[in-house]
Design a protein around this ligand. Structure first.
Ligand code: CO
Ligand code: ZN
Length: 338
């Protein structure tokens, strides 16, 4: 699991630029599924055929990043955020473009008091170039870059950039390899452009038209000094999403997911996230409404290059995905026309 998590999180892939991570995932799972294809937006859809109802799992491949908006004569690059990139975590970070070009984020120090957090508009990227022409050899307007930071194994906890949501991509991949037999018709979707508006989740769910859709994503925790007021902590198991800004999970979906967790002795925390959303929200609002839920992996410091998780939570998440996959959802009332 660790190797998979490291390989996935370290790959490059801001929203709309998911090719590198998509190729890695495709290679990992192609021998374990019956059919695999890429849709028009770039989401990777893997199908493990079954005679029963359609059950879909989704995790997003994209990560937050920045996009180049302007290059000045001296070779300093101005940028805009792609997804939730906050000034508080940006200054001094190292970034990398898709072609491997590296850089660092600097700030207009002269006008900004040291104890104030400047906006992104006062920051710039320095790639070590001496002029605009020099920059344009490797970086141009519209290019995207991501934060870089190596994967660190702290024993029980792991730290990396892009745990959101590559860790959940890795959990689904591990689950695909562990599923033994199922009557459900299984779809595993690795979506694009979640961080900029839950886009790939919406379109892929529309085309698959599942009877039950479950997103797998990270969620915040309330277990750090003056952290969020929420009853989710690292190391106490995966979380069952109740609500976030994008979704209120229906009673039927919650009850089913909890029942399967209980039956398989998987400890589950209840998640109410008071900010942010997930693909589950877009999936639920597709067509005439799709039964949708979400498994969340508790994560500290989300949307920083130091996203921190507990490895036992990851293992239990894999077990939960496998258990849900192996439970006949037609017997739970999903997809039965009434
Ligand atoms: Co995110
Ligand atoms: Zn996410």
């Amino acid at each position: 699991m660790r190797e998979l998590a490291e390989k996935f999180t370290q790959a490059f892939g801001p929203s709309g630029n998911e090719k590198e991570i998509r190729d890695i995932i495709k290679k990992e799972i192609k021998n374990y599924v019956d059919e695999i294809y890429v849709d028009n937006l770039g989401s990777l859809i893997a199908h493990k055929k079954g005679k029963g109802k359609k059950l879909l799992f989704a995790a997003h491949m994209d990560e937050i990043g920045i996009i180049v908006t302007h290059i000045d004569e001296k070779g300093f690059i101005r940028f805009a955020p792609v997804g939730g990139v906050y000034p508080i975590i940006s200054l001094g970070q190292r970034i990398q473009f898709g072609n491997g070009q590296k850089g660092v984020i600097g700030v207009e120090f002269k006008d900004i008091p040291r104890d104030k957090i400047p906006p992104l508009s006062k920051m710039f990227i320095d790639i070590g170039a001496s002029s605009k022409k020099d920059v344009e050899k490797t970086v141009n307007i519209g290019d995207m870059a991501c934060f870089t930071r190596e994967f660190v194994d702290l024993g029980k906890k792991w730290v990396s950039k892009a745990m959101d949501d590559r860790l959940c991509c890795a959990a689904i991949v591990k689950a695909i390899k562990n599923i033994k037999k199922t009557v459900n018709d299984l779809y595993f979707v690795f979506t694009v452009q979640e961080e900029v508006g839950l886009r790939g989740g919406k379109t892929s769910t529309y085309s698959v038209d599942p009877d039950l859709a479950i997103a797998v994503d990270v969620t915040g925790t309330g277990d750090t000094p003056k952290g969020f007021t929420m009853a989710v902590a690292l190391g106490e198991g995966p979380a069952l999403k109740i609500m976030d800004y994008s979704i209120v999970v229906t009673e039927k979906v919650k009850t089913f997911m909890k029942k399967v967790a209980d039956k398989n002795k998987i400890p589950v925390q209840m998640e109410i996230l008071q900010f942010g959303g997930t693909d589950a929200g877009a999936m639920q609002m597709t067509k005439g409404g799709i039964s949708s839920g979400c498994i969340s992996i508790p994560t500290r410091y989300i949307h920083t290059p130091g996203e921190t998780v507990d490895k036992d939570d990851v293992e239990k998440t894999v077990k939960w995905i496998v258990s849900l996959s192996e439970t006949d959802i037609s017997k739970e009332g999903f997809g039965n026309k009434k």
